[in-house]
Design a protein around this ligand. Structure first.
Ligand code: BDP
Length: 472
């Protein structure tokens, strides 16, 4: 046998020497305190068209849709926002009382509170007030607020024009004998018009009929323009995206807070126009969404609604939705998609107060983020996201300074097959999948070092973990 013929053997048998994981030290600010993450922080957003009955007269949002109710519960969804481009499309009907009855019975069964968008474009304030009265007379307890128009900057030429119509609607809705206790949110603009949010907070300062400032955000812009999925996946996990959130947050949130208004991303996702195939529907989107949820919670958002559906409205036309949290299965029921996994992992690490960011010693400058939350029972949960990707993506050896108060930890890892962030299927949380009727993974136990009180956890490139530190 000659050497060249042996070569394929060596190629197969010689182990690939993986680069050792890079040490990262994480110290929780265990004694600090921080803002409570609202229990309805996690939300989903759907097209108004989906509230209408389908061709067979069935409603998607219906108390009879037990599988959807179960899915909402599994993912921890407490806020249901109805809006999107189909709200304001004159070619599409406005939901009427039978549709509203089904919608609110669904929401009550979950239970989730509703943000309901009333038509503004070529709309009629009197008709909107009739809808608002119908809802408030019956379902006030299930309502968060009414939004007036979806992304009004698309059709109202100026902020002044918008705010004038908003005030006309508000007077019609909250007039005597109509729905005086109704509240609204606004301005629900596209990300490019976050200055309207700032102005609205100023204009409504003191007027508590404005429940919160609503903003839309799609940091990647149009999904239709994505030509390089590899680059787009990397961009989605890059620090540059996080900087963008910082800019948009700073452009309106301090002004909202100065006037006493909370704010919510009532419609958001990674790329608009239904997202980008090979990007929005991959595990990279899971890692992105988990980081995004925590980032906004840590930056004072009152909540976030991921836009979703099998199809959504790209302007006035329907398009496949790649950024969906779940899809309808051909034979019935629902399939949890990558962003659904992030919602579940967020639920596991967010039921408490956001602590200041853990102290990070990261000499290798890994692209890794950490978020700490204290639960009501005094235990701590840290979410770690290793956003390293590509051929040079590095794994982390996380050394978690737990302190003597904590005996051990339980953790779940969020991972894709072969740690491939391009994976669209086979994602696991704690080793198991998430189905509409529940999560089938499990928490694993992690012992601390008895002398140093440290815990050690390997976090491969392109993965995340939720670690629950359990007090002694
Ligand atoms: C938003 C619209 C929503 C769309 C989404 C998209 O409000 O209806 O589905 O963009 O294009 O601007 O993905």
């Amino acid at each position: 046998m000659n050497w060249p013929s042996l070569l394929p053997f060596f190629l197969v048998l010689s182990p690939v020497i993986a680069a050792p994981p890079v040490p990262v030290r994480v110290a929780m600010q265990a004694d600090a305190t921080g803002p409570l993450i609202p229990s309805d922080f996690s939300g989903l957003s759907f097209e108004t068209q989906l509230v209408l009955a389908d061709a067979q007269g069935h409603h998607f949002f219906s108390p009879d849709n037990k599988r959807l109710i179960s899915l909402f519960r599994t993912l921890g969804i407490k806020s249901l926002r109805i809006g999107g481009n189909t709200t304001d499309n004159p070619a599409i009907a406005v939901p009427r009382s039978p549709d509203l009855d089904q919608l609110f019975a669904f929401a009550r069964a979950v239970p989730a509170k509703v943000i309901f968008t009333l038509r503004l474009r070529q709309g009629d304030p009197t008709a909107a007030a009739t809808t608002a009265k119908y809802v408030m007379d019956r379902y006030a307890a299930d309502m968060t607020c009414f939004a007036i128009g979806n992304e009004p900057n698309i059709y109202a030429k100026t902020y002044r024009e918008y705010v004038a119509s908003l005030k006309t609607y508000l007077s019609a809705i909250t007039g005597e004998g109509v729905a005086p206790t109704a509240t609204i949110c606004g301005p629900s603009t596209t990300p490019s018009h976050a200055d309207w949010a700032r102005q609205l907070a100023g204009d409504f300062g003191g007027d508590r009929r404005l429940r919160f400032i609503s903003q839309h955000e799609y940091p990647g812009n149009s999904g239709s323009k994505v030509t390089d999925p590899v680059g787009a996946r990397a961009a989605m996990l890059s620090p540059a995206w996080v900087e963008e959130y910082g800019k948009i947050q700073q452009s309106f949130a301090p002004e909202a807070a100065a006037h006493g208004f909370p704010f919510r991303l009532e419609e958001t996702n990674n790329f608009y126009n239904g997202g980008a195939k090979g990007v929005s529907d991959t595990f990279a989107a899971t890692l992105w969404a988990l980081d995004y949820l925590h980032w906004w919670a840590a930056h004072d958002a009152a909540g976030l609604n991921f836009h979703t559906g099998d199809y959504v409205a790209k302007a006035d036309e329907t398009t496949r939705c790649w950024y969906a949290s779940f899809w309808t299965k051909p034979g019935g029921g629902y399939e949890v998609r990558p962003i659904g996994y992030a919602l579940k992992a967020f639920e596991m690490g967010s039921m408490g107060r956001h602590l200041p960011a853990p102290t990070l010693e990261n000499p290798g400058r890994l692209n890794l983020t950490t978020y700490g939350v204290r639960l009501d029972d005094g235990s701590l949960v840290v979410t770690l996201i290793n956003k390293e990707c590509g051929q040079d993506g590095r794994g982390a050896m996380v050394i978690l300074e737990a302190g003597p108060r904590f005996g051990h930890a339980l953790y779940v890892e969020l991972a894709a097959p072969n740690n491939d962030i391009a994976a669209t299927d086979g994602i696991t949380l704690g080793g198991g999948a998430i189905a509409e009727d529940g999560w089938i993974g499990h928490w694993s136990r992690l012992e601390r070092d008895l002398t140093t009180h440290r815990l050690q956890l390997e976090l491969p490139a392109g993965s995340a973990a939720v670690v629950h530190l359990v007090p002694n």
